[in-house]
Design a protein around this ligand. Structure first.
Ligand code: HPA
Length: 244
């Protein structure tokens, strides 16, 4: 059975039904990952779980060691990775509580260690990134959604921003003009690094707020928290229904 790596984002620091067999730290050539990985079974799947921001949710998006996190998952045998993400909704169908499976991404991040090919250890390599997400894994997520009766939005363009601050209303207008539907802070370089290692990667994005300027007034943290807990509990059901 293929082992699947699940990276839990905000609101998903653990998988309740994960039957943990062991926890393991991995030391990588790129430094330390966010913390130990939990390895076990989740509704019949062999899963390696990692809370992206660390067990106490202390590492902000721009300071994550994305290279170590993805490297560690591969080291432990993950062939497929699902990155769970809390995002802001930009376009009208991406309302809070909705869950989407993005098919495209635009990278607005900067100053992050974003590649494994940045020294003289390997020949210069340019991966093809036309389709940034693994289509087979995207389809598995969509099928799992169908099986649970939780409606997933089939396509979305994910804008990856630097954070940790949220965006201005003008920035969100620009992202919409660029064709983005949702906005989050961790989608890149995670997706590209998985691709560089030849791993199949997809994202399951839970919308937790209207992006800046898309609702009246400022974005309120209490509202985000509320949508997070409902959205992530649905996302957990989708993960539990995955079949390969
Ligand atoms: N912007 C960026 N990242 C986010 C947002 C947002 O509005 N909501 C959750 N993550």
């Amino acid at each position: 059975m293929a082992k699947i790596g699940i990276i839990g984002g905000s609101g998903l620091a653990s998988l309740h039904a994960l039957d943990i067999e062991r926890r393991e730290m991995v030391h990588t050539p790129y430094g330390e990952p966010s913390g130990p990985y939990s390895i076990g079974t989740f509704d019949g799947l062999e899963v390696i779980f990692q809370p992206r921001h660390g067990a106490g949710h202390t590492i902000p998006p721009h300071a994550l060691n994305y290279r170590a996190n993805i490297w560690g998952l591969r080291e432990l045998g993950a062939e497929k990775i699902i990155g769970m993400a809390a995002v802001g909704g930009i376009t009208a169908n991406m309302c809070p509580g909705s869950i989407s499976v993005p098919d495209q991404i635009i990278d607005y991040t900067h100053s992050r260690k974003h590649t494994y090919f940045d020294d003289d250890r390997t020949p210069v390599t340019h991966i093809d990134f036309t389709e940034p997400y693994c289509e087979a894994l995207r389809q598995s997520l969509l099928k799992a959604g169908e099986n649970t009766g939780i409606q997933l939005i089939e396509k979305a363009t994910y804008a990856a921003t630097q954070g940790p601050r949220l965006e201005t209303a003008a920035e969100i207008n620009r992202l919409e003009n660029d064709g983005c539907d949702i906005v989050g802070m961790t989608g890149m370089p995670e997706a590209a690094l998985a691709s560089e290692l030849g791993l199949c990667y997809a994202c399951c994005a839970v919308t937790v707020n209207w992006a800046a300027g898309r609702s009246d007034g400022p974005i309120r943290m209490e509202q985000i928290e509320e949508n997070l807990s409902i959205g992530m509990s649905n996302a957990r059901k989708v993960l539990a229904a995955l079949e390969f």
